[in-house]
Write a protein that binds this ligand. Sequence first.
Ligand SMILES: [Zn+2]
Length: 189
Amino acid sequence: MRCPQCSGENTQVKDSRPTEENTAIRRRRVCPDCDARFTTFERVQLRELLVVKRSGRRVSFDREKLAKSVEIALRKRPVESEQVELLLSDIVRRLESRGESEVSSSTIGAYVMAGLKGLDPVAYVRFASVYRDFREVADFQEVLGEIARAEASTGAFEVDADTNAKPSDGDASGQVNVTVLSAHSRTTS
Ligand SMILES: [Zn+2]
């Protein structure tokens, strides 16, 4: 640390101690050249997390926006709000622990998909349809096949309970859901 008085490069730390309820370290420094004494603080730098969109545009990460998209996927689904909060906190924690200042929107989408997969299959398909930009029935069939495979191996999804589910956005995913899954369960059982 350069001396603020004589710009000497040889300043030394005489004392350092935690301060501000352990959120900072305060250091007393001295310059052997001019005998100046000064104090520095070391704090965690809370960086802003930037989301890199598919277009390449960068926007700051917004937990509220993430919550909205998860909420839309879970609309009218039997999932407790505490579970949703846990899912969101888990995603944010995972984003923070990456230790990078930028994250692609597709990475966030993958985290949400992974979370919804264990929470609610209908919400998972709804979110996937937006996240993967579904354009045709085959796209739904693909992701439903993934669910069926996961169900066959783990029993994680109670798919039969969803046969009466009505997709809120008027798409055909509910019907595709039933058809594909029953076709698949015949082949796996
Ligand atoms: Zn100095």
